[in-house]
Design a protein. Structure first.
Length: 413
């Protein structure tokens, strides 16, 4: 693979900002918003509660002046996990919310108990129901909250609930992912009072009203990482423009240890992966700034043809190794034990019929197929489209031999 591509806007950055617009009685304009199915699903969900949502290429305008419903329909909620991020904003704006427990992925359990624990501290009552979340409050109040785990979603929900709550909320053990910083900066532009941005301790003092905001979404660090790992798997030379370089240091470090030459500037990454054949003796996924779980499947795909033995440990989601059986079909030597895989590199994978079962695993199978001998067909394209604007377009620009099968939910690689 040889070529260059511009990195799309961040999925995980855009979705919480879309939910935060519920707190603003007016218009919000978001530039550089990725045109992916998760964004479309969130737009549909916002429309069902009364927002006006309009797209113009990669700009989305959301008018939340009139919220008419706090019941989130089952169809939209179960389409994506991110719908849980409406808990905080709807409680802040309307004092109540009802939704089915979210769906959207098969990578492991993602219970809502941390969200509920934190919001209860802010004077929210939850009705105990197996399949439905019903919550209400007479008045959101500030509180001291220490999360038992630095959950990104729970951190986002507390922030969005706290910005218009009465008093001050002090949130400890908060997630520090770049997407959290983006949300805080967005809310500060709207008039929120937030201290400690970028640290595990946030202090949020509630305000009465938030004002209209225009903001650009940062580039997607996981999409950028996907294309770097695709180049590593194929020994390619690629250039990524509009890359969030500072957010990707853990991956860049791994690629350099594997033998890739990586030059990273402020918003550009150039990589020569011709010599990137080294293994990862041991790698563990961690919360930011550690190695991201969203890139773990793709790294495993690359390591199947590394020279030597690698061990990868997954600490975030227990279902992240669902692609192992698919890689084994291609000739990969992988042993799975609990939350670890041991990978003994082979010279080449062989192509075949591969089935994507979730978003990042689907992208990992595309990477494996690019590195394999012969042709592969990856089914389950809708999973991949949840996070990638056009993975085929981008990989073709990077020199990969890939195409859509017309009229099918498949990608031949």
């Amino acid at each position: 693979m040889t070529g260059e591509v511009r990195v799309q806007g961040s999925k995980n950055g855009a979705l919480p900002l879309m939910t935060a617009t519920v707190l603003i009685q007016g218009k919000t304009v978001l530039h550089n918003c990725p045109r992916i199915t998760d964004i479309e699903a969130m737009a549909d969900l916002l429309r069902t509660i009364g927002c006006k949502v309009a797209f113009d290429k990669n700009t989305i305008t959301i008018d939340a002046t009139h919220i008419c419903d706090t019941h989130c329909p089952q169809k939209q909620v179960q389409a994506m996990r991110s719908s849980i991020m409406l808990l905080g904003p709807l409680l802040g704006r309307c004092k109540s919310v009802q939704m089915n427990r979210p769906g959207g992925c098969v990578i492991g359990e993602r219970p809502t108990d941390i969200h509920e624990y934190a919001l209860r501290r802010m004077n929210v009552e939850f009705v105990a129901e197996e399949d439905t979340i019903t919550a209400y409050t007479e008045k959101l109040t500030g509180a001291d909250i220490c999360l038992p785990f630095p959950s990104v979603g729970a951190t986002e929900n507390v922030i969005m609930a706290a910005v218009t709550a009465e008093g001050t909320t002090r949130l400890s053990n908060a997630a520090i992912e770049p997407e959290i910083r983006l949300l805080c900066e967005f809310l500060r532009r709207a008039g929120a009072k937030i201290k400690g941005i970028g640290t595990p301790v946030l202090e949020i003092t509630g305000v009465d009203v938030l004002r209209e905001v225009t903001m650009s979404i940062m580039p997607d660090r996981i999409v950028a990482g996907t294309y770097l790992l695709a180049a590593a798997a194929t020994g390619g030379q690629i250039l990524l423009r509009d890359a969030p370089t500072e957010q990707m240091q853990s991956l860049i470090s791994v690629l350099r240890r594997m033998g890739a030459g990586v030059f990273a500037d402020k918003d550009m990454i150039c990589m020569d992966a011709e010599g990137a054949k080294g293994p990862c003796e041991f790698l563990r996924t961690e919360v930011y700034p550690g190695f991201p779980t969203d890139l773990q499947s793709m790294l495993v795909a690359v390591l199947t043809t590394a020279e030597g033995e690698s061990i990868v440990e997954e600490t975030i989601f227990e279902g992240r190794f669902r692609i192992v059986s698919q890689l084994q079909k291609m000739g990969a030597r992988i042993e799975e034990t609990g939350n670890r895989v041991r990978i003994s590199g082979v010279k080449k994978l062989r192509g075949g019929l591969l089935q994507a079962q979730e978003l990042r695993g689907g992208a990992a199978l595309v990477i494996a197929a690019l590195a394999a001998e012969g042709e592969s067909t990856v089914t389950g394209l809708p999973y991949i489209q949840r996070g990638y604007e056009d993975i085929v377009r981008d990989i073709r620009r990077l020199g990969g031999d890939i195409a859509y099968i017309t009229g099918e939910q498949n990608v031949p690689v």
